[in-house]
Design a protein around this ligand. Structure first.
Ligand SMILES: Nc1ncnc2c1ncn2[C@@H]1O[C@H](COP(=O)(O)OP(=O)(O)OP(=O)(O)O)[C@@H](O)[C@H]1O
Ligand SMILES: [Mg+2]
Length: 238
């Protein structure tokens, strides 16, 4: 691993952030539905495991672990290839199975798992898919304050965290409860309309504390099992 940075494994994009995400950061991966948020996050864990033997934990709340695994197989990233390094946990399923946990809140169950696994597996990368769903399930009474504490808790865990969040297509707000201010970094995904009929996937690093990053939009391609970012061509030039 490049000293102090965790790679996104998006070719051409890590270079724009001085090598990747600074270790220990809590980063938002934000975008509208279907912008490949889950795929990008899993791709980070998958390649981190394959290339650098990094351990990772993928917490899925939105999609079952089975459905996520199936989707990743179609993208050429079979979770079985990295089963020794990557754990996918489905909190909904755990809660259903362990009836004694019914009394505990979703956040408590999440924290318990994340902490226990850190001790046994010493993972370096954590993905939460997704924060708004955790927010809803957790029934936070005071979301701003509770999220502030969750971010602090994640920083204390000593891992690099990717929090997947959804962006409201109408308001275009990056977050509902100020997560954008709490996060150390924000990576934004969009489907940009090119002319009347074409749509292009794009990615941009909105902020990354402690890194001198480029903020431009880049076209995002997924080709031969590899994500690539290239400079986006503006509409007027097409
Ligand atoms: N082989 C592929 N190459 C490029 N894109 C693909 C491929 N397979 C699936 N997709 C696209 O990936 C998208 C879904 O990716 P993913 O589930 O990672 O997105 P997401 O942003 O997490 O979506 P959601 O909002 O549903 O959680 C779909 O829109 C699909 O068109
Ligand atoms: Mg998803």
């Amino acid at each position: 691993m490049e000293e102090g940075y965790v790679k996104t494994y998006i070719e051409g994009f890590d270079e724009k952030m001085q090598g990747g995400i600074p270790e220990g950061s809590v980063v938002l991966l934000v975008g509208q539905p279907g912008t490949m948020k889950s795929s990008i996050a899993f791709n980070m864990l998958y390649n981190g495991a394959k290339e650098e033997s990094l351990n990772g934990l993928y917490v899925t709340l939105e999609q079952s672990s089975k459905s996520l695994a199936k989707h990743m197989v179609t993208l050429g990233m079979n979770p079985m290839d990295v089963v020794n390094n990557i754990e996918i946990i489905d909190i909904g399923l755990i809660r259903k199975k362990l009836t004694q946990l019914q009394e505990q809140s979703w956040v408590q169950v999440f924290k318990m798992y994340a902490k226990n696994l850190k001790e046994t597996n010493d993972y370096q990368l954590l993905v939460i898919d997704s924060l708004p769903v955790l927010n809803v399930l957790a029934k936070f009474e005071n979301p701003r304050e509770d999220l502030f504490h969750l971010f602090e808790w994640l920083r204390d865990l000593g891992v690099t965290t990717v929090l997947i969040t959804e962006m409201d297509a109408d308001t275009k707000k990056l977050s509902e409860h100020g997560e954008d201010f709490l996060a150390d970094g924000i990576i934004y995904l969009r489907n940009a309309e090119i002319g009347d009929i074409s749509v292009q996937r794009q990615i941009r690093c909105v902020k990354m504390r402690a890194a001198n990053h480029n903020s431009d939009y880049h076209s995002l391609l997924f080709d031969g099992g590899q994500f690539k970012a290239t400079k986006a061509i503006s509409q007027s030039k097409i």
